[in-house]
Ligand binder design. Sequence first.
Ligand code: AQP
Length: 349
Amino acid sequence: KPLVFSGVQPTGNLHLGNYLGAIRKFVALQEKHECIFCVVDMHSITAQLVHEDLKAQTRSIAAAFIAAGIDPVKHIVFNQSAVPAHAELAWIFNCVARIGWMNRMTQFKDKAGKDRENASLGLLAYPSLMAADILLYRATHVPVGDDQKQHLELTRDIAQKFNIDFSARIKASGLGVDMMVGEEKVSGYFPMTEPLIEGPAPRVMSLRDGTKKMSKSDPSDLSRINMTDDAETIGRKIRKAKTDPAPLPESLDELEGRPEAQNLVGIYAALSDKTRQQVLDEYGGQQFSVFKPAHADLAVQVLEPITAEMQRLMADPSHIDAILREGSGRANAIAEKTMADVREIIGFL
Ligand code: AQP
């Protein structure tokens, strides 16, 4: 049965990339699927250990989920640290995964920088915890931005190695299902989870440099639209966004080699639920001086109600805390069942 899982770290203000790459997709998927959405607070201490107010950050991500339209009654919304099985399964996956796999992760290389010896062990093992987040619920689909593709591939590698290493024991315990792994038929316990990355803006780029991902850690605030920006700020950032001097083209082919134009068209398409070609049908041949104000209006129209609702929800943290507590209880029940199976498969007494 399809099950959707995804997580967002409480590491500072959410931006348009987080919204279009993840949260907006969550809202669409909840209509047809059973979903679990997690504020991954344990991940947030891998790059930076001490946070000024992690509790408030955690609440604000949960508030963003709800304000964007996620239904916490139908679906599960919780914070990772409230379900200890994430750490327990991550430990087991640390023993399944190989150090070489972790060393190859581009996010680790980017975040660790030159001084790798000094990066936390948690930063290196980040993908192992992420695999545990997903596989604890035996999730089949994970909506994420394009930057997470490599981690999702690693999640599949971990699931596959676990299924193969414990193949005989999974079969003997009767806990597995038959599945094909490459050419080999194995009795597997964990599914081969599929990433859901498609859409017109799978990787939202910086407004100052169309070759760099929009990110919280970019020192320039002009490079991103934060979910907390007011209408005036959003307008200013889009007006100041880097562009080339040519008008917008009429065909997608002509967008190639124009990263900033490509980015703005992709964002507009995602915000308006159109394809990039439909946006070019409307604005092809027009100057950015025409497109940018329309773009700003659209961004404000989409983001303003969400921001207002987030602020309303944040005014009474007890409501958000109750949602997270209830969600953690439901998540814990599923997680404990998986852990009982995993302990049995491994042979822990
Ligand atoms: N630029 C982006 N375009 C599309 N999707 C994006 N995501 C992040 N940036 C973009 C997606 O947002 C979800 C939550 O991501 P996260 O909690 O892992 O946050 P992050 O990736 O750490 O966010 P940043 O801004 O990229 O932080 P820094 O600057 O610390 O690296 C994920 O689904 C992610 O794909």
